[in-house]
Design a protein around this ligand. Structure first.
Ligand code: HMG
Length: 407
């Protein structure tokens, strides 16, 4: 399973999602923007975007994903020795998202907690760090909790708007994982200083050089994949590959690029897309770009659709973070993963989401800054550790501390 012979495998043991309660249909957004719906639905390969309400933020999404992870997987907060939150839409310049989570989940005090930022790559930085923490022996039998959580915002009416989304993916990482054993020590990294996507400290909405960012992503893929292939040599072919999915069409472009590097013609590369990639794109199309969690949402989608058929098979993973850093790595789906995926009911939180008209979404966005900085009710009860209630954001107290409660 792992390239470290003689050691127990390490990887993803369980996976869970946290999603906001509202979504916008992109066909309706296209109409409101005077754009042909086929541009968003086919041209970009998107369907819906999840949007966060005032009581939802990257902390509540992360806490709700992690709670679900514990409840469905049978793991306990007491098992955790490392908690990393990957996010590029942090709520505080100093206090890390992982500290809020530590309190809301009741993690042990003997636990390393921190936040990882590198655009959409922050979650992968957390995951690979967790794998190395276990492989080094520092874990001493404990597990890591890695949560990727973001609310993606571009300006209303901008080209980036239909590629928004919001949500969190929580990963339980440990020895002898029950879902995906990662190939420890074999990854292809690529980095380059580029200004393709950025968000100055005083902005809530990202700025992007959209077409340039697409080229940066493809260059990073070629670099990271090339580096990975040099290590892999004549390794077993990948049955499926999950990509970072800012929108579905980007995964399609990425796959064509990668398979042409493998020597396929453009036609053969495109023909392999339906089998090798398409099953990973259902959840991303229903939620949108969730930045750090996007690759793991694609993985969740693939496992929800095909875990049983893929048991024992090797799959590739490509993570891209603007700015930029990328990594290509691989893992093998564990025997019996199919039964666990059925028990995890990964996509169940989506059943609680409801359709929101474009006018309501626009009103929420115009009120965004004010809603984020509203005062919490004076008698607000702060949320303590709870596994079975949803976290909600109430507002700021008189010292500008964020107040969360369990609803
Ligand atoms: P745009 O300029 O509005 O769109 O923005 P376009 O004109 O390039 O059209 C898009 C596609 O739709 C094209 O297909 C058109 O042909 C097609 P393609 O040539 O790409 O195959 N099209 C139509 N199809 C059917 N019917 C029609 C029609 N009209 C046009 N009527 C852009 C597109 C992606 C630039 C924009 O949405 C954007 O800026 N998005 C945000 C940036 C982004 O997602 N970049 C992706 C790579 S960078 C990345 O992934 C990192 C990121 O996640 C952030 C992080 O790391 O933190 C963003």
């Amino acid at each position: 399973m792992s390239v470290r012979h003689g050691f127990p495998p390490i990887g993803i043991d369980a996976i869970a999602l946290g999603v906001p309660r509202r979504f916008v249909e992109l066909s309706e957004l296209a109409e409101a923007r005077g754009v042909a719906p086929s541009k968003y639905l086919t041209g970009l390969g998107t369907r819906r975007m999840a949007i966060a309400a005032p009581e939802e933020d990257p902390i509540t999404l992360a806490a709700n994903a992690a709670r679900r992870l514990f409840l469905r997987s049978g793991a306990s907060p007491a098992d955790i020795g490392l908690c990393v939150v990957g996010t590029e839409t942090a709520v505080d310049h100093s206090k890390p998202a992982a500290s809020f989570l530590h309190g809301l989940l009741g993690l042990p005090s003997a636990c390393r907690v921190f936040e990882a930022k590198h655009a959409c790559f922050g979650g992968t930085a957390g995951l690979l760090n967790a794998v190395d923490w276990i492989a080094s022996g520092s874990a001493r039998g404990r597990a890591a909790l890695v949560v990727c959580s973001d609310v993606a915002r571009y300006a209303l009416g901008s080209a980036g708007e239909p590629t928004q989304g919001a949500g969190a993916v929580a990963l339980l990482v440990r020895e002898r994982p029950r879902l995906l054993a990662l190939e420890v020590g074999q990854t292809g990294s690529y980095a380059r200083d580029v200004y393709d996507f950025w968000r100055p400290l005083h902005h809530k909405e990202a700025l992007v050089d959209g077409h340039f960012s697409v080229q940066c992503y493809l260059d990073a893929l070629a670099g990271a994949y090339g580096e990975w292939r040099r290590q892999d040599g004549d390794g077993e072919p990948l049955a499926r590959t999950c990509y970072h999915v800012p929108y579905g069409k980007m995964a399609r472009k990425a796959h064509r690029h990668r398979r042409m590097i493998d020597g396929l013609t453009e036609q053969a590369a495109d023909e392999s897309f339906a089998v090798e990639v398409e099953p990973s794109l259902d959840l991303p199309a229903r939620i949108g770009n969730i930045y750090t969690g996007s690759l793991y949402l694609a993985l969740a989608s693939l496992l929800s659709a095909q875990a049983r058929d893929l048991e024992g098979k090797r799959i590739g993973l490509f993570s891209y973070g603007s700015g930029s850093c990328a990594e290509f790595f691989a893992g093998r789906v564990v025997p019996e993963a199919g039964a666990l995926v059925a028990a995890l009911e990964i996509d169940a939180p989506l059943a609680e989401c409801h359709h929101t008209p474009v006018a309501e979404y626009e009103a929420l966005r115009r009120n965004d800054e004010a809603a984020d900085r509203r005062p919490a009710p004076e008698d607000a009860e702060r949320g303590g550790a709870s596994l079975d209630r949803r976290a909600v954001y109430l507002g700021l107290d008189s010292s500008e501390r964020r107040v969360y409660a369990n609803a």
